[in-house]
Design a protein around this ligand. Structure first.
Ligand code: FAD
Length: 450
């Protein structure tokens, strides 16, 4: 049962199971109350009260996070943004949207489409994740190679600070050099500096229907050469460049009953999407670029989707992650980032080490190569091995200009490893920012940094 706190709005009568966990699977405890405010003023009142009491607060969006950041501890007050889901305003002339933080990503995409515009951020969890959660984690997804991360989609932010202060930085201007840009304090801060309540989003022109291809390559170095070639090819404008290991394609094919679209048994594959002008011109340009890559030996086989159904089948192969998570459970999952030149060595070293130490597990590499992002799913692993697997993988990132999280965030799960890719000076500045904005440490305590 929840406890009613005097002077605070809407308290849930009973804590539902869905407020206790996110997709990381981390379980911590039972909060004393779950609040679902409808307005910024309600959030402000709530935080003012929590601040006065030194009451720890866990902030929740759609709970699709993979780093455990939205998972409450015993005695926390949960603030879930799901009722703050209004699309408040769309300027259809300029392509600018004002939205409450609890709107789902899918609702934002739909509202943009209804107004004749396009919101480019896209991820598998689009129906459940919230736009505020996307901003708090600086979400990436499948179109970053063309449009950037969530940080690139946000023009303005309204956030409520730990003491209840409403900080409205809801500018809608593309250019604003009047001092430090405060929106970037909150994008990627994972709820440690304030609760994001509203966002001003930049919309894009609706892109043409993309052309989709699938190709096979003999090495990751060949894939990076292909990527460089496609980025420079006339008439090709990449919207996705999703690489997958042969083992990933093999596992996805078996679990989803999908045939490999090109030569089977190759070490590496890539799904390519391009949208530039008219679909038939785009197909011609992509075909020419791929033929050139075949001649150069960058790829050994390729197929251009001849229909939407075929393009869907290519994407289903890449998106078979939920089936894999189940089949290989319990898994350890990574979203590392590295410069292209470092990727091949990183993967080869880990393939070797993980295969030797954990021969009964599968180690699947895939990801958004165009965004420097390598995912690894490895499993099944016995509980006691999991931390050792993490330590092994993150140690390989040290000193290589990489990141332990390209898009999912640090939360609780990756906190012990932040120092692998962030310097002591950077972590100290993060601490100073936290204590400047939340001196009592009530917002999402224990996430990202201690
Ligand atoms: P939550 O999980 O609720 O919270 C995440 C963090 O943000 C927590 O620390 C929370 O406290 C904080 N937070 C949430 N809302 C607010 C707010 N309004 N103000 C302040 N802090 C807040 N991520 C990617 O980047 N790319 C992908 O391709 C991708 N694919 C995914 C596919 C699947 C099937 C799943 C389950 C997840 C995927 N994710 C991906 C991870 C996840 O969807 C993103 O991290 C997403 O941005 C989280 O949004 P959420 O609303 O669910 O946030």
């Amino acid at each position: 049962m929840t406890e009613r706190l005097p002077s605070l709005p809407t308290v849930e009568a009973q804590i539902e199971e869905r407020y206790l966990k996110d997709w990381s699977g981390l379980a911590r405890g039972t909060p004393r109350a779950v609040f679902r405010p409808r307005t910024t003023d309600e959030v402000s009142t709530l935080l003012r009260d929590c601040h006065a009491r030194g009451q720890p607060v866990t902030i929740q969006g759609g709970l699709t996070g993979l780093a455990g950041g939205a998972v409450p501890a015993d005695g926390d007050v949960v603030v879930n943004l799901e009722r703050m889901n209004a699309i408040e305003h769309i300027d259809a002339l300029e392509g600018v949207m004002c939205v409450q933080a609890g709107a789902t990503l899918q609702a934002v995409q739909q509202a943009a489409a209804d107004a004749g515009w396009y919101f480019p951020l896209d991820l598998g969890a689009r129906g459940s994740c919230q736009i505020g959660g996307n901003a708090a984690t600086n979400a990436g997804g499948e179109r970053v190679v063309r449009y950037g991360t969530m940080r690139d989609q946000v023009l303005g932010v309204e956030a409520v600070l730990a003491d209840g202060t409403v900080l409205s930085s809801l500018t809608r201007l593309v250019k604003n050099s009047a001092g430090l840009d405060l929106r970037f304090l909150f994008i990627g801060s994972e709820g440690t500096l304030g609760i994001i309540t509203r966002l001003i989003l930049k919309l894009q022109p609706v892109p043409p229907e993309p052309v989709t291809a699938f190709a096979a390559a003999e090495s990751t170095q060949a894939l990076t050469k292909l990527l460089r070639g496609l980025k420079r090819a006339p008439g090709v404008n990449l919207t996705a460049f999703e690489f997958m290991s042969g083992e990933f394609v093999d596992t996805a094919g078996r679990l989803s009953e999908l045939p490999c679209p090109v030569a089977p048994g190759q070490p590496w594959y890539v799904l390519i999407e391009s949208a530039e002008g008219h679909a038939s011109h785009d197909a011609g340009a992509l075909q020419t670029a791929l033929e050139h890559a075949l001649e150069q030996g960058d790829i050994v086989d390729c197929a251009l989707a001849a229909s939407l159904a075929q393009a869907d089948a290519f994407w289903r192969m890449r998106q078979s992650i939920p089936e894999m998570l189940t089949a290989l459970a319990p898994t350890v999952n990574f979203d590392c980032g590295l410069p292209w030149a470092e990727m091949g060595g990183f993967i080869a070293r880990l393939q070797d080490t993980l295969q030797r130490r954990y021969p009964d597990a599968r180690h699947l590499f895939f990801g958004h190569m165009g965004d420097n992002n390598i995912h690894l799913m490895t499993g099944p692993h016995a509980g006691p091995d999991m931390h050792a697997v993490e330590a092994e993988v993150y140690a390989q990132l040290r000193g290589r200009d990489g990141t332990i999280s390209a898009e999912h965030g640090i939360g609780f799960i990756k906190k012990p490893f932040l120092g692998c890719t962030r310097s002591a000076a950077e972590i100290e500045v993060l601490r100073r920012l936290k204590s400047a904005l939340d001196a009592k440490g009530i917002l999402n305590p224990g996430r990202v940094i201690d």
